[in-house]
Design a protein around this ligand. Structure first.
Ligand SMILES: [Zn+2]
Ligand SMILES: [Zn+2]
Length: 232
């Protein structure tokens, strides 16, 4: 008998039409949780991967594209899931309660899609870091956990090329977007890379974190920077 990683309910192992056609995540989530974990599908913003009514650039990305400093730093982001309340719960549970095992929920989805997102790309995988304090509190970095899953499907290695300044306040959600753009870059480079880079994080919100990280890597010599996030 197995238990749902999200809600701890027992999982019945019956084979249904949905378990036949879905990837093997049914072994880690119960039917009820599974039904709430819905992929982004249909039209997306070609820059950030957000689900859109038609294939067009979203408002967040338009703002990045009109910003001279950030316009060209990121090729594109690809997320797997819309950031629904359910996704928010899973990521919070994973991040703050230290349920490292929760990465198993996402593994089959990542394995299924990652090569579709970046088919021929040879790149170095760079997880978005936490501050040292956060890392010690939580004992692991969820971005690194995702990066490890991706690395098993590419020959490429994971390199910690960024560090996060500890003085930087993480209470950014209360700031307006304009204030955020003006905020100093929360990262500094610990290693410059001459390869293309795949940045990895759990959530893409406005894109500020990814753009700040990409800008540093680009300035240090990485030709192309892509990113992957679980949610958008
Ligand atoms: Zn469940
Ligand atoms: Zn977008």
């Amino acid at each position: 008998m197995t238990y749902c990683l999200k809600c701890q309910d027992w999982i019945s192992q019956s084979v249904t039409w949905s378990t036949l056609f879905l990837p093997s995540q049914q072994t880690s989530l119960c039917d009820s949780c599974n039904s709430q974990l819905v992929r982004i599908n249909g039209a997306i913003c070609e820059k950030c991967g957000r689900q859109m009514p038609s294939r067009m650039i979203c408002d967040d990305c338009k703002k990045w594209q009109t910003n001279d400093k950030y316009r060209d730093v990121l090729q594109f982001n690809r997320p797997l899931f819309p950031y629904t309340p359910f996704m928010q719960e899973i990521i919070t549970q994973w991040k703050y309660r230290g349920d490292y095992q929760l990465k198993e929920i996402f593994t089959p989805y990542i394995k299924k899609e990652i090569r579709n997102f970046y088919p021929t790309k040879s790149f170095t995988i760079v997880p978005i870091p936490l501050t040292d304090e956060r890392h010690q509190e939580r004992a692991f970095n969820q971005a690194t956990a995702i990066a490890e899953v991706i690395a098993t499907h590419y020959e490429n290695s994971i390199i910690t090329a960024l560090s996060r300044k500890s003085s930087h306040s993480e209470k950014q959600s209360k700031k307006s977007r304009q204030q955020r753009i003006k905020t100093k870059n929360p990262f500094f480079l610990t290693k410059s890379l001459e390869t293309d880079v795949l940045l990895v994080d759990d959530i893409y919100t406005t894109g500020m974190t990814i753009h700040h990280a990409a800008k540093l890597l680009k300035e240090a010599g990485s030709p192309n920077i892509y990113s992957f996030t679980l949610a958008r």
